[in-house]
Design a protein around this ligand. Structure first.
Ligand code: 3PG
Length: 200
């Protein structure tokens, strides 16, 4: 969470897009990448990105089932993100020794994740759930918790989150627009990444 101000949230439909997309993002300075398990190509994309770009920190997102923890680890994922937290996901991450960033949206969910040993959490869906003002309010009762807000964030709104003391980075898909990936417009993605990299 401290490597770069933005973690790109990626949906990779075509396996052959994986390495050029990751290369474009790393060239722009974003080397922490979240590949969501929302496409058939996700696991092979994680594998090829991790192999081709040793400087990248490749993780898996949308890990909604405990058994996926070992699968993504086998593919080369170095961290795991889920939209919400459950004890069984937390336990699977511990068993796999996998750094785990689960989503939370309420104080009770924060308490639950924290009582399972986690103090760095995704706040999701950030803009819909209350935005920067909500996260700022969490700093009072949760002084030792840091967040990666994700959901509805873009280059314009990211600075409002990154300016908060309890936000280490944000996540978002705006860095890799579907159209740009489809067109193989890697230069556009590097430009978006370079801009994102300068946001903090
Ligand atoms: C996620 O999976 O974390 C979100 O879908 C990303 O949100 P965004 O597409 O609004 O950036």
């Amino acid at each position: 969470m401290q490597v770069a101000p933005v973690i790109p949230v990626l949906v990779i439909e075509k396996p052959e897009d994986a390495v050029p997309l990751a290369t474009a993002l790393v060239e722009g300075g974003l080397r922490v990448l979240e590949i969501t398990l929302r496409s058939d190509a996700a696991l092979s994309a994680i594998e090829s990105m991790a192999k081709a770009l040793p400087d990248a920190i490749v993780g898996a997102g949308t890990v909604n089932h405990p058994e996926q923890m070992q699968q993504v680890k086998n593919a080369g994922a170095q961290f795991v993100v889920s939209p919400g937290f459950t004890k069984s996901l937390g336990q699977a991450a511990t068993e796999c020794s996998m750094p785990y960033l689960p989503g939370v949206m309420t104080p009770a969910e924060i308490l639950d994740a924290n009582q399972s040993g986690l103090d760095a959490l995704k706040f999701f869906p950030a803009s819909q759930a209350g935005g920067p003002a909500f996260i700022k309010a969490l700093a009072g009762p949760f002084q030792n918790i840091v967040f990666c807000p994700t959901g509805g964030i873009n280059a314009d709104s990211a600075p409002d989150y990154l300016g908060l003391a309890n936000v280490l980075c944000v996540g978002g898909s705006w860095i890799a627009p579907k159209d740009a990936v489809k067109a193989g417009n890697w230069q556009q993605i590097t430009t978006l990444a370079t801009t994102a990299c300068g946001l903090r």
